[in-house]
Design a protein around this ligand. Structure first.
Ligand SMILES: Cc1cc2nc3c(=O)[nH]c(=O)nc-3n(C[C@H](O)[C@H](O)[C@H](O)COP(=O)(O)O)c2cc1C
Length: 361
């Protein structure tokens, strides 16, 4: 039987009504403390009626030192839990599921750097000279792992159906995985086994804290697109090890390098991402999601038909058309109206749209 986009699928014990995922998307609507606002609610209420199988929230910081940008959700305090309950309720009422993506930005925090805060780096590599003032101590690393675990417990407490780790796009997990940013000589770096230790420790401890059944997902930069960076072979081995440690699903993306810049640039990289996703899919036996540049029902169906991925994830198309999945399900054949102009990505643009709540304070 040919798999179609509108067939249900299981991620661990979590059943999705279809194979369409809204990839994590920062929207600039959070308050300064990371809490949801009326603007956040508007966006998620719209999405909740759009027929999406799994909605992943914009990245939420696990600690104030892990915050990347303005208007970003946080999950570093119990006070942030109640704000999500109504949103989660609406998603469930409409038959959807919702996961929260959690992140530590590492040195990739325009927000803290703009405040003049020097950040700890995985290693003090020359490229980070202006951003970081020291390499993380073991104590700091352990502290961040604990922050991830505490955040995961809050995600479950809020009623989210799953937690997704942000292990891509140059943020802290990407930095640990990358030989370019991780030149440590202790147990956290120096060889592939040590470079993936941070990931595996977070996953193992989260699994222990959340129990066997709670879905733990990751968006993983399986490869750096820069010379000397994480290779696909090493990234795939990390995927295997993460699955063994308890990961239920992998959404495949980019780590450090040019592709992240282009990631937000259009459809050109669609094939590149499809190929690396297919490589992950061949290597692991958990649900694998493809993301980047998918704009038509035909492409989405073809990806499933060929078995290159189990789930099709999109970000920008749902900003313009939150009901795109429902339209496709109802027989609409036209591709997404998103033209990948990236105006959605720019903080200033969010300001103009009146969505960047934090900036208005
Ligand atoms: C405005 C905007 C915000 C984003 N925020 C996140 C985020 O919070 N976490 C994440 O993993 N990726 C984020 N991304 C990347 C997207 O999830 C996705 O990987 C990328 O846009 C490619 O998919 P697309 O072509 O369907 O948009 C963001 C992208 C955009 C345009």
């Amino acid at each position: 039987m040919i798999t179609t986009l509108f067939q249900p699928i299981k991620i661990g014990k979590l059943e999705l009504k279809n194979r369409i995922m809204r990839s994590a998307t920062w929207d600039g609507t959070a308050d300064r403390d990371g809490s949801v606002t009326d603007n956040s609610r508007k966006i998620y209420y719209e999405l909740s009626t759009g027929g999406i199988g799994l909605i992943v929230t914009g990245f939420a910081f696990v600690s104030p030192m892990g915050k990347a940008t303005t208007g970003q959700f946080g999950i570093d305090s119990d006070d942030l839990i109640p704000g999500w309950k109504l949103i989660i309720h609406e998603v469930h009422k409409n038959g959807g599921k919702i996961a929260m993506q959690i992140v530590h930005a590492g040195t990739n925090s325009g927000y803290l750097l703009a405040k003049g805060i020097a950040l700890p780096a995985v290693s003090l590599v020359p490229e980070l000279a202006e951003k970081a003032d020291h390499a993380m101590t073991e104590e700091e690393i352990e502290g961040i792992i604990s922050d991830f675990v505490a955040a995961g417990l809050r995600v479950r407490e809020a009623g989210f159906d799953a937690v997704q780790l942000h292990g891509a796009h140059g943020f802290l997990m990407s930095q640990f995985a990358s030989p370019l940013y991780n030149r440590r000589t202790d147990k956290w770096g120096g060889n592939p086994e040590n470079r993936r230790r941070f990931h595996l420790e977070i996953i193992k401890r989260l699994r222990k804290a959340l129990g066997q059944d709670y879905p733990i997902l990751i968006k993983f930069g399986v490869q750096d697109d820069q010379q000397g960076g994480l290779t696909l072979a090493e990234g795939i081995e990390t995927c295997r090890k993460m699955v063994a440690a308890g990961i239920d699903s992998i959404e495949v993306s980019a780590g450090i390098g040019q592709a992240i810049l282009k990631l937000h640039g259009g459809e050109a990289l669609k094939t590149v991402f499809r190929e690396r996703t297919a490589a992950v899919k061949r290597a692991v036996d958990v649900t694998v999601a493809v993301v980047n540049g998918i704009r038509s029902l035909g492409t989405a169906q073809d990806i499933l038909k060929t078995g290159d991925a189990d789930v099709v994830s999109m970000s920008r198309p749902f900003i313009r058309e939150p009901h795109l999945a429902l339209n496709w399900q109802n027989g609409e054949k036209s591709p997404a109206k998103c033209i990948s102009c990236n105006k959605c990505f720019h903080v200033l643009q969010r300001d103009k749209m009146g969505l960047n709540t934090e900036k208005k304070q």
